[in-house]
Design a protein. Sequence first.
Length: 492
Amino acid sequence: MTAHLPAIMVVLPLFAALLASLVRRGWAAWAIAFAVSLAMPVIAFTMLIQVLSSGPISYAMGGWAPPIGIEYRIDMLSVFMLLLVSVPAAVMMPFARLSVMSEIDDDKQAWFYSMYLLCLAGLLGIASTGDAFNAFVFLEISSLSSYAMIAMGRDRRALLAAYQYLIMGTIGATFYVIAVGLLYVQTGTLNMVDMAGRLGDIAATRPLFAAIAFLTVGVSLKFALFPLHVWLPNAYAYAPSFTTAFLASTATKTAVYLILRYFYFVFGIGLVFQVQPISDILLILSLAAMFAASTVAVFQDNIKRMLAYSSVAQIGYITLGIGIASMTGLTGGIVHLFNHALIKGALFVAVGAIVYRTGNGRIENFAGIGRRMPLTMAGFVAAGLAIIGVPGTAGFISKWYLALAALEKGWWWVVLALVASSLISVVYIGRVVEAAYFREPTAENAKVGEAPPSMLIPLWLLVAATIYFGIDTSLTVDIAGRAAEALLAGGR
């Protein structure tokens, strides 16, 4: 059984999605999704132990040896991403039960969990596969199910948000397929390991440069790199609360993983960052995201939109580490993938709990909610401090490594930019804190009670992880560092 874990990681949620759609009862579909979600981190940790002890795992689907057959290849970066997707998903599932019941019609709940499981399978598949076209298949499985999850929100604007996401996602997928086609013409293979080996013998040509360009733009659309982020604020704002929390923690991160895999493993650092000006482009767009998106977040009244723009800014921190292209910078960018998943998951779960009790996500209606929901708001504040980057939280660790990477390059102005953009985070998190704690409760909020345990427990598990990984970095930074070292060595 252990030898088949890479396949089980993807096949189990795929079959569970079918089963959830057949039961046609929301509670039964939730139970299936919950059981499968709990199994995923166990499988991921088991494979982590295997990778640490024996190196990368190569699994040939159907017994067809690569590069002819589809290979699932689990290395340090892959297993890091599997943990990133599976752990928040498992922690959030208890929160989903009441949140989905309150925000999605009864006859749609089973379909919702079916779409969730499909999305989970797609995201795990992206991190597992070693085949370029298979990655596209999983990318579309996760995207199509995400569109459906967003559209199931009761707000009619959710349909428009899902449609907007569909259009942008389709453009991104098309660009990705064009890039893969160009690479196939150049190398004659779709296996990423084989492709990387053959590209080393091919001179830099226009088709190869075009492939890099198409892939960069296409995948950047998927993870909402500024200014290709226009689909994300509405998608997060009007989707059901669980959808927002799950996608914010996982979906954009797997798209960043694809960029890492192609830039460092397939193309190689020399072709991408020395021959092409990708590093300069990422640096400029990352800094623009950190400031522009954070500034826009300050002026949002809908808290989900505020946190959505915050996510665009945080993606800028991740791509900054990728663009610096050093051991320290890449470690900071990779570890921020995981840290941001925990932090933003906690923030959106807290918001979902408040929406569950109040039915409203406007900041002006949060007046006095800190007195009525003290545990929920305390969790929000703790995660907010992490998004700012306060020492003792996971958010600080990420920014510390990015600052060290900038100092290694002699870029003092980047360090100042990191500090300045973090100060903007203080403003938009402070707006929520001011409304929740320093205003008198409205008549409606005076009747509000604390969130139920099924929402508080996931929230505080995520908050506890955010604080723990801000103090003890031996696991996250060590894995991220090993992944960064392997990427800089060409994936070996």
